[in-house]
Design a protein around this ligand. Sequence first.
Ligand code: PDD
Length: 297
Amino acid sequence: MFKFVFINGKLVVENRAKISVKDRGFLYSDGLYETLRSYRGNLFMLDAHVLRLFHSLKVLKYNIPFDEEYVKSAVIKTVSKNNLSRSDAYIKIIVTRGIHSGELHFGGGYKPNLVIIADSLTPYPEVDYTEGINIISSSIRRSAIGSPLYCHKLLNYFENIFAKNEAHCNNAQEAIFLTRDHLILEGASSNIFFVRRSVVYTPPLTQNILPGVTREVVINIFRENRIKIRQKKVHYRDIINADEIFKTSSVAGIVPVKKIDRFVVAGKVPGNITSKLMKLYGDKVEYSKKKFYLRKT
Ligand code: PDD
């Protein structure tokens, strides 16, 4: 069966879906992307992903000729054309600045390219959720406030894949970035949380980390359920002494951690708060499924 990719308004058979080598995404990683997933057709948090994309497109001065509704309906069309409307799917929305005109600055009269890919989702191993994963701290150290660019989902993902490879070489599934003075920032492809004496901690957005869509959902779940959540600067020594650790991302959801570097999480994994969260997150997905189908009909 053919797979179809959305390129600038057209659904094209995958092996004919082409972007010029002069595209600035290819030449300079000058582009943004979003990754989201569906649960049996329900495009979970689609609005929030598109909102984050458009915020970054605006801040980074992409010259966008389409609006949020156009992108959302293009995602739905791409999912449907690939017969994924009832399956678990992986969706990537990519916007590049367009063909390079010679000017490196943003004012070269650029016409962005919009690409949407939808594929069936390969689930993560069940043991990741039942027993937890290993994480490491990356050798890459960021400055205390990172860079204002880290809060956008830039196509330039090399630091992240480098850190992921460090994790892979050390028998771990995720790497976390620290500042030079050992404050925790975020995972290479996730946000990071830990629990200490029944209080949940996660680094604040003021440290220029990605404002994860799942991070936001999780913070709201904690607030709704009166579980104490603090967004504050946290040190490496706090996480290695944590009672529970977990990471969040759109594709993997909530994933418990059993070991960080050489430090094993002392309590059971997943711990009480993580288990409760995993259940409440599952409920949220179920609830939004009903709302999503109502909205489509
Ligand atoms: N990664 N931090 C970084 C650096 C990320 O790349 C991601 C997402 C997150 C979590 O954000 P969200 O909850 O919105 O997925 C945090 C995705 C999964 C990816 O790159 O494919």
